[in-house]
Design a protein around this ligand. Structure first.
Ligand code: UDP
Length: 431
């Protein structure tokens, strides 16, 4: 029996956000820290501005981390001791989930009952913790997968290591247990329904956002000066975690192809790579430098370490084009940030990137990872200056449709749906 008179739930007073494997306090752009960290911190800050307190639980990776850190007013990060005080490989983390869950439950037990109104877990490892906490506390579990093993495995870079079966099973369990699933795009809804048997009605599509105050157009000359880049070069940038899945090698191969066709470009092109190794990219941290050498473009390729958000603005402004050649990307925050700075994006036509990039308006989508196709797209978007100017206008316009405020409004709506569904289900059991 369902109760049609049931009122929609009010916004929660306090949300427990679970982020087992990476902390919103970490610098994104290397290791396990990337878009998810940005997503969690930005939406937490916006939630807090709306009066929703947020407490993020993450695994302590150093004994020097205080148990609780205030990330912003109304947002706490709680470091939970679970396993050694050092970073662990992702495949080692399932063994620490019991300890982590225990730490989360103990924290809650120090408060009056009903301290948290809702749990939002990020990535499947956190979903495993959230599902138990949900049952203990009697509050809804909202889950965001961020990436899905079955999707990743279907689009692996050549020679890359597939995600293990334990993760696939773990994800299936979380999809079955969560009260609401939040996805970045409708493509991901189809993947959850088709590959994981999710109930379509229990999925909310929430577009990620971009910090439009930070990422905005500015002087290209000043940005290039700050980075020590020549003022008159054509700069093609890659920003993000360096790993086979992100395919920065495709950009290098395309640049080599452009120069092969037109050797005069060697004097003008600069490839700027911002970020550090991650995932299977950790095994061969010099692979990209080696590739630049073997392609004969080492002298025009510049590597910069992971940059703070404020410095990253210079990278986007300095670039003529930001390339996102990933094999899979559930959204691609980098694409949005670049466009918000007025820089067009050339991206692979995969996952959420067709939402993040408006093909033919804010940049180009490339349907393959072939160097020739990428060289053609880069030539059109970067070297044809009138096309570039049009794309730059389109990029700004497209990015202006996204913001973390909008994301947070949509998340709160998803929370409200989760709470209503959870209470209705609880009443059904009681009747
Ligand atoms: N990032 C950063 N510094 C860097 C490189 C990347 O802060 O040097 C941030 C970037 O601003 C973006 C995030 O890392 O917000 C990457 O998110 P994206 O969705 O593009 O990729 P993901 O890491 O989630 O795979």
């Amino acid at each position: 029996m369902t109760f049609s008179w049931y009122r929609p739930a009010k916004q929660p007073r306090r949300v427990a956000v679970l982020s087992v494997h990476t902390s919103p306090l970490e610098q994104p752009g290397t290791g396990d820290a990337g878009g998810m960290n940005v997503y969690i911190s930005q939406t937490a800050v916006e939630m807090a501005r709306r009066g929703v307190a947020v407490e993020v639980f993450t695994r302590a990776t150093s004994s020097e981390q205080p148990p609780v850190v205030e990330l912003a007013p109304g947002v706490l990060v709680r470091h939970i001791a679970a396993g050694p005080f050092e970073p662990l490989e992702r495949h080692e983390l399932p063994a620490q989930l019991c300890a982590f869950t225990s730490g989360v439950l103990r924290t809650e037990a120090f408060h009056e009952p009903g301290y948290y109104d809702l749990i939002h877990s990020h990535y499947w490892l956190s979903g495993q913790v959230g599902w138990l906490a949900r049952d203990r506390w009697g509050v809804p579990l909202v889950h965001t997968a961020h990436t899905l093993a079955k999707v990743k495995n279907a689009a692996l870079a050549e020679g890359d290591t597939p995600e293990p079966r334990t993760r696939v099973i773990g994800e299936e369990q979380v999809v079955a247990e969560a009260d609401r699933l939040v996805v970045n795009t409708d493509v991901e809804t189809d993947q959850l329904v088709g590959l994981y048997g999710a109930d379509r009605d229990a999925v909310s599509t929430v577009s990620p956002g971009v910090d439009l105050d930070r990422f905005r157009p500015g002087s290209q000359a000043a940005a290039r000066r700050a980075l020590g880049l020549p003022p008159d070069a054509v700069v093609l940038a890659f920003v993000g975690r360096i790993q086979p899945l992100k395919a920065p090698d495709v950009l290098l191969a395309a640049v080599a192809r452009l120069i092969e066709r037109d050797p005069t470009l060697r004097e003008r092109l600069v490839v700027l790579v911002a970020g550090g190794p991650s995932g299977t990219g950790m095994e061969l941290p010099h692979a990209l430098r080696d590739l630049a050498g073997s392609l004969g473009i080492a002298e025009l390729t510049r590597f910069v370490p992971p940059q703070s958000g404020d410095n990253l603005v210079n990278v986007y402004r300095a670039a003529d084009i930001v390339a996102v050649p990933s094999y899979n990307e559930s959204f691609g925050l980098v694409a949005l940030e670049a466009q918000a700075c007025g820089t067009p994006v050339v991206a692979a036509e995969v996952g959420g990137l067709p939402v993040a990039v408006d093909h033919g308006v804010s940049g180009l989508l490339v349907p393959s990872h072939r160097a020739q196709d990428w060289a053609d797209a880069l030539r059109r978007a970067a070297l044809d200056r009138s096309a570039h100017a049009e794309f730059a206008k389109g990029a700004l316009e497209h990015a202006s449709g996204f913001s973390w405020q909008r994301t947070t409004d949509a998340l709160l709506a998803a929370y409200s749906e989760a709470t209503s569904a959870f209470r209705t289900a609880a009443l059904e059991v009681a009747v």
